[in-house]
Ligand binder design. Sequence first.
Ligand code: AHR
Length: 654
Amino acid sequence: MKTKLTSTLLLLGALLAAPAAEPTLVIDAAQPVAHVSPTLYGLMTEEINHSYDGGLYAELVQNRAFLDNAEAPVHWSVAASNGASAEMHLDPAHPLNEELPTSLRLDITSASAQAPAGVANDGYWGIPVKPHTRYRASFYAKAAPGFSGPVRVAIVSPNQATTYAQAKVRRLSREWQHYEVTLKTGDVEPTSEARLALSAEHPGTVWLDLVSLFPPTWNHRLNGLRPDLMQMLVDLKPAFMRFPGGNYLEGATIKTRFEWKKTLGPLAGRPGHRGPWGYRSTDGMGLLEFLCWCQDMGAEPVLAVYAGYSLRGERAQPGPALEPFVQEALDEIEYVTGPASTEWGARRARDGHAKPFPLRYVEIGNEDFFDNSGSYDARFAQFRDAIKAKYPQLKCISTVGNEQPESKRVHSRQPDLLDEHYYRSARTFLEDSPTRFEKYNRNGPEIFVGEWGAYEDVVPWSRESRNLPPTPSMKAALGDAAWMAAMERNSDLIKMQCYAPLLVNVSPGARQWRPDLIGYDALHVFGSPSYYAFKMFSRNVGDAILKAAIDASPIQYSVTEDTRHGILFVKLVNPQPVPQPLQFDIKGVRSLGPTAKVLTLAAAPEATNSMDAPTNVVPVLSEIAQPHPSFVYTLPASSVSVLELKVRARTARP
Ligand code: AHR
C-alpha cells in the first residue's frame, strides 16, 4: 500500500519526467549563416590504454626486444615438455646492436624430436588466431658453437597441445641474422588463447632478439595496423588526425618525450621508450607510421611538436636552451613535407615514402597550462616565429585555450588556433552546450577542441573511475552528442574537434583512462554509444550552418545543409527519459522529398556496449513518410537523432 508521501513523490517524479510542452524547432533554410568547417570531425590519438602496442599496431608479440623489464623477460616463458629442459635469461652481454641492448639467451639443456624445448610469448593478453590466415613471424638469432638449429616457429595453445600453424628455420648462423617465416592457419576456431613458440630439438645455446609476429594488416602494409580497428576509424570519416599526443608527446621527462627521430627506419634501430602512461612503447608506431595511417584514412595530419615542457615539470627555458627543440620541430616538419632534395625529405624517401605528406596545422606542445612557470608564451613565440619564417603557410596552434586563466595564455603572438580540452560530466555538457561557444569572440583565434569527452558522473582521473567499464554508457553519449551539436552549430569558429581517448584495450590492467570511444581485446572490437553518436554526426555533416532556434526545451540541436544536394541534416538530442514530440517549422522550403531518413540512437541512460554485448546500443535507420515543412516528429526517450530531409521546392533563397 502506498503512503501519502510515496504517492506525492511518485507524482512529482512523473511530473519531472513528463516532456516539456511541444517545443518548436524553427529552421531558416533560406539563410545559411556560415560554412561548416570541412575539417570539423577528426581523431586524437596517443599511446594510452595500449592504443598502439596491444592495440592498433598489429604486432602480436609483447616485449619483442626484451627491454620492457630490466630484471626479467616478462611475457616470455620456457616451453619444454616431456622431460625436455631449458633456461632463459636477459643477456646484455650479447646485444643485437646499440639500440636494442639486451637479447634473450636460451640454453637448451635437454631436448629431442619428441620433447622439444624453447621459449613462448603470451602476446598482448593472448595471441589471436584466426582461420585461414597468414602470419609473418620474424626474429634475429645468433647460435653458440655446437648449435645450428633447426628452430621451429609455431603458434600454439598455452599447453602446446595444439599447433595452429608452424614453420621451420633450418639453419642458424653464428652471427646475428634476421630470419622470417610464414605461418598459415587452417580451419581453426578463432581464439586469443595462443602463444608464439620458438623451439629446437637439440640441446644448445641461442640468442634471440626482436621476435615479431604480424597478422595481415590494413592495406597490407609491412609493420602495419590491425584491420578491424582501422575499419572502425575509417567508418568515422575523419578529416584529420591529431598525433602523437597528448601526454605521450611530452613524456614524463624531457628524455622520455616522443623523440621522433628515434622512431624512424628499421625496427632493429628503434630503441622504444617509456611512455607517461606507465608502460614502455616499442615505437613501432613511429612518425612515418602515423603519417601513413593518416594517408590510409584520407585524414590530414595535425602534427603536435614537442615544445620543451614535460609532465613532471622539466622544461627548456625560452632562448638558447630551447633552440635544439625548435630545430627538432623544424626537422620534423621537413620530414613530413619536404621534397626528397631536403635532408629530412630525403630521409623520409629512404624510409619508403618519397612523396611529401600534406600539412597545414602544427600544434606547439600539449596542455602547456600545466607549466606554472609561465614560460609558454615565450616558448610558443620562439617556435611559432621559427616555423612561420620557414613555413609561412602553416597554422600554429597554442595549447592554452580561452577556458584557461589569462595569465597562462599566449599574448605576445596571435596563435592561429587555440586547442581547448573539455573532459566534463554529461550533465555539464548538456547544461553548457546551448551557449558555450555562442559566447565566444569571433575576432579572436579559431578554436580546435583537441580533446573532449563526457563521463557519466565519476571523473576520469579519480580512483573510483577504475572500477567502471572502460567505455561510456548512453548517459555519456547524450552529453557527447549535445556537445557535438554545440560545436557544429559554431563551426564557423570551431574548425576541428576530436574525442579523446580514442582507443582502449579492455583486457585487465591494460587501461589508464576511461571513458574511451572504442574498446577491443586481442580478437574483437566494439564501439561505445558515444562512438555511434560521433559516427552519426561525422558522416552527416553538410557544408552550411542554417539559422535555427528552439523554444525553451532541453532538446539540443544543430541544423546544417548539404547545399549541393539540397539535403538538410537535423541533429537532435533528447536527454529526457521520456519521448518528446517536436514541432518542425522549416522556413524557406515549400516542400520536402517524399520520405526523410532518420538515424536514431536510443537507449536507457545506463545502457552500454561491451565485449559481451557489442551492439546493444547502435543506430537504427527508419523513415518518415510525407514530411512537410511543418510537421511533428517525436524524439524517443534518451536519444540522439539525425534527420535527413530532402528539399524539393524552396520558397525563397537570397
Ligand atoms: O586524453 C588523456 C589525457 O588527457 C591526454 O594525454 C592529455 O592531453 C589530457 O590531460
